[in-house]
Design a protein around this ligand. Structure first.
Ligand code: EPZ
Length: 406
């Protein structure tokens, strides 16, 4: 593959930012919105509860003058668990929310207890019947809260709730993923009072109301990382454009350590495959560590390294489902507890694969491209949840890839 690929806006920034629309009656104008299924579902959920607006290409103009219904249906939450992000803002502005328990990718236990603990401490009464979470409150009140563990959407939910709470909220041990930082920027643009006196701490002065804003969503670092990894396979020469290089420092360090040929220039990566790749020992961690959302894709690349690599997954407890499928392609990977041992140098051969989650799908696409012969990936709709036009972007680079059915 050769040529230039332009990275879309970040799905995991756009999701909480759409939820933030609930916090104000004002119009929020987003640009660089990724055209992916999870965003379409979230936008539909917003409209279900009362938002008015439209999507036009990569722009969304949307406002929530009134909450028409406090119900976020099962249909929405089954597809994207980001629907839980509506809980904090709906409670903060309307005092009422009924959200079906979230579904999403099967990658292990995905608890929401820290979200609920925080909101209860702020004065919300939350009940669950196993299927729905029902929550109500008078005005939420400011609290001091230390997250017992790092959570991305938990941090985002409580930041949004605190923006309209009565008094000051201090949140400690917060996640610091670039998507959290971008949400903080949007909330500031909407009139919220948020500062960060120390790393991992946010202080939020509650306001009585917020207003509309104009916001450009950051580039998707996981999509960028996926194409960067793709470029490291033999025979490829790719310019990955519209990236924020520092968002991917952990991946750049790993790839440099493996001997990959990468040049960073401004907002682009130029990557050339073919250099002999050394094995790597990788551990997933909260940002700025190596992201769990790139673990599967990097594992595919490690099947081509000269030697034995290890990949330890510390964020989710069942995120190695791609391993069995990669082995069916000819990889030699063994899962031992929370780690995968990847014996590199495998000759991959095309076959029929089945994918289980979004990032695993991308890993299998990379495997299929590197394999001899044809690979058919079933369940590939997963890919479209989070990668805008991946087949078209790869075709433009010269890959032979066709969608048979989504
Ligand atoms: C976000 O999920 C992302 N989703 C995920 O992206 C990403 O994999 C994950 O963060 C980690 O980076 C969105 O931003 C919409 P967490 P989230 O809460 O917020 C435990 C993708 O492919 N935990 O940070 O749901 C939890 O069980 C995806 O785009 C609790 O114990 O993840 C997990 O082990 C999939 N209690 C760990 O923390 C809680 O209340 C990290 O989860 C919350 C989380």
């Amino acid at each position: 593959m050769a040529g230039r690929v332009v990275v879309s806006g970040a799905k995991n920034a756009a999701l909480p930012e759409l939820a933030a629309v609930c916090l104000s009656p004002g119009t929020v104008e987003f640009s660089n919105v990724p055209l992916v299924e999870d965003i379409k579902v979230m936008f539909a959920a917003l409209r279900e509860i009362g938002a008015e607006g439209e999507m036009s290409g990569h722009d969304i103009r949307v406002a929530m003058p009134l909450l028409r219904s406090p119900l976020v249906s099962r249909q929405t939450t089954q597809t994207t668990r980001a629907s839980i992000l509506l809980l904090g803002p709906m409670l903060a502005r309307h005092g009422l929310a009924r959200v079906a328990m979230p579904g999403g990718c099967p990658i292990g236990e995905r608890k929401i207890d820290f979200h609920l603990q925080g909101l209860e401490r702020m004065g919300a009464e939350i009940r669950t019947d196993g299927e729905y979470l029902s929550a109500r409150c008078a005005r939420l009140r400011g609290i001091e809260f230390e997250f017992p563990g790092k959570t991305v959407t938990g941090t985002e939910n409580l930041l949004m709730a605190a923006a309209l709470a009565d008094g000051t909220t201090v949140l400690r041990n917060c996640a610091l993923e670039p998507e959290v930082t971008d949400l903080v920027a949007l909330l500031g643009e909407m009139g919220a009072d948020i500062s960060s006196p120390a790393e991992g701490t946010f202080v939020v002065g509650g306001r009585t109301s917020l207003h509309g804003a104009v916001h450009r969503i950051i580039p998707d670092r996981i999509e960028a990382g996926t194409y960067l990894i793709a470029g490291c396979f033999a025979g490829n020469d790719i310019l990955v454009d519209d990236v924020v290089p520092e968002h991917l420092q952990s991946l750049l360090d790993i790839l440099a350590g493996m001997g990959a040929e990468i040049a960073v220039s401004g907002q682009a990566f130029h990557v050339r495959g073919g250099a002999p790749l050394a094995p790597a020992h990788v551990v997933t961690e909260p940002y700025p560590g190596f992201p769990t959302d790139l673990q599967a894709q990097l594992t595919t690349l490690l099947t081509q390294a000269n030697g034995v690599s290890s990949v330890r997954e510390t964020i989710f407890n069942d995120r190695f489902r791609h391993v069995g499928e990669l082995n069916r392609l000819g990889a030699d990977i063994e899962v031992r507890g929370d780690a995968a041992l990847v014996r590199g140098g495998s000759r991959l051969r095309g076959t029929v694969l089945k994918t289980t989650d979004l990032r695993a799908s991308a890993a299998l696409v990379l495997g299929g491209l590197a394999a001899e012969g044809e690979t058919r990936i079933e369940n590939s709709y997963q890919l479209f949840r989070g990668y805008e036009n991946m087949p078209e972007k790869l075709q433009k680079l010269g890959a032979e890839i066709t969608i048979i059915a989504e």
